[in-house]
Design a protein around this ligand. Structure first.
Ligand code: FES
Ligand SMILES: [Fe+2]
Length: 466
């Protein structure tokens, strides 16, 4: 049973800290409030729905964001050997990232320099060169043109300016390859700060990919992204999990350049529940996995979190993970960063779900919601948390790269929780396009959505002023 109002008098979600007084050196430290970064934030309490439906606004986003800043193009683990490549489609652009014979990663526009045909059709692969299927021009994996078919029949002036592939900025952080179409973008790590430092304990480059799903969704990229910027929807969209998540007492952190984080306490019942003490089957399962017999457990549901933390702190813990790098809160909470503009995660010590939200080439009402699930090596039998939706028979060793599944909203193949999120997406988009939707209203629990829009507008204004 859900209580009518679980909000304690004076409770302010924007000011709540999971560990009040955490020192500045602690990864838990609470950020300054949103207004410290965005004094104009109250202009974003209400948003016009055209921000999700207008082609003019979509073009402004392209000009100020997608064509300017760093976005994640793929995984380093797909680019290990010389000649390994991945194709990355961003809006109307297509980029190829490739490992050179010299070991360097490079990125190029996926465009033949003859008459502009896209060069690479596959999502990923490996080869010693790229051959354009139209007239057979060939490019080395370092981007240099190796053959202009029938070169002697081109007037030399035609080939002036060079016929090598056009390069794109390419840098890495942990397991991720990023590209920036703007040659003047700041270095990647400068753009990402302070997120790499905050997530250092998770050693993301040690994780193995076990699931790769790209869902075509009928909604603007921000509708999909915003599903993971606020935990306010949890009790209504995911009622089956409120026995094991306190979705009210989150810590919201706001960082420069549009990045943010929410820390969500897990393995604790929601204050929305009238009964917060009885152990539910899900909570018993959490205890059992931690090596605690739920039938002999002396505590209530409110004590499960401490029992789980204590189990993980044992050197011989049943998970088989060395948790020494993780803080007490990281052991049990969901850390959810949003890296501007379109990369988010649900990070637990044992597994991390990575999400990308990719705009369509032409339609503001369409996007791709892409999910990679990465796991750490654990004892046999330890599976990622059920809400990550990894199938029971999935290989968790990382020995074989899982194929990318391309799915639809009708059958996303993401597991129950993410599928509930997906089920909202096209319905939100259709509502936003209706004459019945005059304005979007954001609560204090949706401050990260305010930040996203404030940051977009700052960048659009800076672009227009340039
Ligand atoms: S367009 Fe590529 S060879 Fe002609
Ligand atoms: Fe959700």
């Amino acid at each position: 049973m859900i209580r009518p109002s679980p909000i304690a008098p004076g409770f302010r979600p924007g000011h709540h800290a999971v560990r009040p007084g955490a020192p500045a050196s602690s990864p838990e430290r609470k950020s300054p409030p949103l207004e410290a970064l965005y004094p104009e934030k109250d202009a974003y309490l209400r948003l016009p729905p055209e921000r999700y439906t207008s082609r003019t606004f979509m073009q402004q986003e392209w000009d100020a964001i997608w064509s300017r800043t760093w976005t994640c193009a793929g995984l380093v683990s797909d680019l290990v050997r010389p000649g390994d490549f991945v194709r990355y489609d961003l809006g109307h652009e297509s980029i190829v990232v490739v490992r050179g014979r010299d070991g360097a990663l490079r990125a190029f526009y996926n465009v033949c320099r003859h008459r502009g045909r896209q060069l690479v059709a596959k999502a990923c692969g490996s080869g010693s060169s790229f051959v354009c299927s139209f007239h057979g021009w060939i490019y080395d994996v370092d981007g240099r043109n190796r053959r202009v078919t029938d070169r002697e029949l081109f007037d030399p002036r035609t080939l002036e300016g060079g016929v090598d592939l056009r390069p794109v900025r390419c840098e890495t952080w942990g397991p991720f390859v990023f590209v920036a179409l703007d040659p003047d973008a700041p270095p990647l790590l400068e753009h990402l700060a302070p997120m790499p430092e905050l997530f250092e304990a998770y050693a993301l480059d040690e994780l193995k990919l076990v699931k790769d799903v790209a869902v075509a969704v009928d909604c603007n990229w921000k509708v999909a992204s915003e599903a993971f910027l606020e935990p306010y929807h949890t009790h209504a969209t995911h009622p089956q999990i409120v026995d094991s998540i306190d979705e009210l007492h989150n810590q919201y952190d706001y960082y420069p350049r549009g990045h943010s984080r929410v820390i969500s306490p897990l393995s604790i019942p929601s204050p929305r529940l009238a009964d917060r003490t009885t152990l539910t089957p899900a909570m018993k399962q959490i205890l059992a996995v931690a090596g605690v017999d739920p039938e002999r457990f002396q505590g209530t549901a409110l004590d499960v979190r401490d029992a789980l933390r204590a189990a993980k702190r044992r050197a011989d813990n049943p998970f088989g993970v060395d948790y020494r790098c993780f803080s007490d809160d990281q052991l049990v909470d969901n850390w959810n960063p949003s890296i501007f503009p379109n990369l988010a995660m649900n990070a637990l010590p044992e597994a991390v779900q990575v999400m990308r939200f990719l705009p369509d080439a032409v339609d503001p009402g369409r996007s791709t919601f892409h999910v990679w699930t990465l796991v750490r090596a654990t004892r046999p039998g330890i599976r990622p948390t059920p809400f990550f939706g990894v199938e029971p028979d999935a290989d968790l060793t990382g020995a074989t790269r899982p194929p990318r599944r391309r799915t639809t909203e009708a059958a996303p193949e993401l597991g129950e929780v993410l599928e509930q999120d997906v089920a909202n997406m096209s319905l939100v988009q259709r509502g936003l396009a209706s004459a019945g939707c005059d304005v979007i209203r954001l609560s204090e629990q949706e401050g990260r959505i305010q930040q996203l829009h404030a940051e977009i507008d700052r960048r659009i204004a800076a672009r227009q002023a340039a």
